[in-house]
Design a binder for this molecule. Structure first.
Ligand code: 5AD
Ligand code: SF4
Length: 450
């Protein structure tokens, strides 16, 4: 139903790609319901902050941002807190923050327009838990977009001892394959070329569906869709990686040869306490196996420092693992206890100073590995999918078949196409290239940024 006067919605998102997709789709749903998007919170009637709770710091950022907008509160303006923090604290949030009108967990987002209507009538609404069907189907309006992400699963049933996700997003639910395939087809018909399949642990895709479903089968089916040029998936759990997935990196040419495989720690004692279901040597075997099939694969990972039982010796083992694997890139997090998780009972005994030192040491090690890794690519020719133009259309940003970002000069009409690019220099996290479509000018070396 068309509203008389269109109200405006502003959404700010914190956290993972799952949250980005939630926000994108929620906005699409609200637009369908007659709302308009607002660029700035000052111009909006509905203010929505989508939060993350995976670490205490992430949580504070989301809540801190909403509090920073408190001065905009008036009787006509609705304040909404959605996402994992909403899920975790529910009712407590409306009690603690009187300016919040609506709290909604990720699983209840499909009901959001109705919940908003209640809040608009003056109720303070708290919707937590998992609701009915957790997938928002609404697709955003696409304008010349080459990349798109979609969920294949929601939630997680692993219960790693430090992780709040199974509590905030619920147990694993897989989306029906037909729905995923149809959505990818629809996206490619509108010009999307790069697809990211998202889930907390995509390798468990199908575990809750009738026999015969598996993530690798799904991947193969999406790979068959003719408009898809590149495909990636996030995230995998090392305990659930079948050999077929490693073979997929070798056999599916559109699949980025990039594996994000969070290890979390290099000490088997810590991995056991985390409830990860593998030890350091299992992880190393997996890395060796994928590298022997696909030598050029880029491998990235997540590690945590300062887990409650982590002693210096355990930390050293993480450093040894990082040196041994030589990840192409690594995300390093300082542990923070999360309410309701099994590890929270051990408190937070590793001091902030020790966490900060371990964080710094591991990042320094990784930075030197990443630099050496990228420098080795200089002089090579790569097939690059052009994602978008940047810097007043003078440069193009693309990705290699191993999912590395490359900036190179070229014409905008290459967007969405695959083109050969010669790598001419390496910056931290960015390669610089040149292709026959354009010559490099020296200024790109001094101030390159995506
Ligand atoms: N403290 C710090 N880091 C965490 N992560 C998950 N839970 C916590 C926590 N309680 C990290 C893990 C995960 C990444 C998304 O966030 O490394 O892979
Ligand atoms: Fe959290 Fe573990 Fe699930 Fe990842 S696999 S979301 S770390 S419980």
């Amino acid at each position: 139903m068309e509203r008389k006067e269109k109200k405006k919605v502003f959404i700010r998102t914190f956290g993972c790609q799952m949250n980005d997709v939630d926000s994108e789709r929620l906005l699409a749903r609200l637009e369908k319901a007659g709302f308009l998007p607002a660029e700035r919170p000052e111009n909006a009637d509905i203010l929505i902050v989508n939060t993350c709770s995976v670490r205490a710091h992430a949580e504070q950022r989301g809540l801190g941002y909403l509090c920073s907008l408190k001065h905009l509160k008036n009787s006509g303006r609705i304040f909404c807190l959605i996402g994992c923090t909403a899920s975790l604290y529910g009712q407590e949030l409306v009690e603690k923050y009187p300016f919040i009108d609506l709290v909604c967990s990720p699983g209840r987002l499909p009901e959001f327009p109705d919940l908003l209507a209640q809040a608009e009538k003056g109720s303070r609404v708290v919707a937590t838990g998992e609701g009915g069907w957790p997938f928002l189907q609404d697709l955003p309006q696409l304008s010349d977009q080459v990349t798109a992400s979609l969920y294949v699963t929601r939630g997680c049933s692993n219960f790693c001892s430090y992780c709040v996700v199974p509590f905030t997003r619920g147990r694993l639910v897989s989306r029906p394959k037909k729905e995923i395939v149809d959505e990818v087809k629809h996206l490619t018909e509108q010009g999307v070329r790069e697809i990211t399949l998202l889930g907390q642990n995509v390798n468990q895709y199908g575990a809750d569906l009738p026999d015969g479903h598996s993530f690798v089968k799904l991947l193969c089916e999406v790979h068959e869709i003719s408009g898809v040029s590149r495909l990636r998936f996030l995230t995998s759990h090392p305990k659930d990686v079948p050999r077929e997935l490693l073979l997929a990196f070798r056999d599916l040419p559109k699949l980025y040869r990039h594996f994000h495989l969070p290890v979390q720690a290099g000490s088997s004692k810590i991995l056991k306490a985390m409830g990860r279901g593998y030890d350091a040597s299992d992880y190393l075997r997996l890395i060796d196996a994928v590298r022997s099939l696909v030598p050029e694969v880029t491998i990235t990972s997540d590690v945590m420092v300062g887990f409650p039982l982590e002693e210096e010796e355990d930390f050293e083992q993480t450093l040894t693992l990082v040196e041994r694997v030589r990840f192409h890139d690594l995300f390093v997090f300082k542990y923070s206890p999360r309410p309701g998780t099994a590890a929270a009972r051990w408190g937070d005994p590793v001091s902030p100073e020790v966490k900060a030192r371990r964080h710094r040491v591991i990042l320094e090690l990784q930075q030197s590995i990443s630099r050496q890794y990228l420098e080795k690519l200089v002089g090579r020719q790569e097939l690059v999918l052009v994602i978008r133009s940047s810097r007043r259309n003078r440069y193009l940003l693309g990705r290699t078949t191993t999912d590395l970002a490359v900036l190179f000069p070229g014409q905008r009409d290459l967007t969405g196409k695959v083109t050969p690019v010669e790598i001419v220099a390496a910056k931290p996290n960015l390669l610089l290239g040149s292709c026959s479509a354009g010559e490099l000018t020296p200024d790109v070396f001094s101030s390159a940024s995506a």
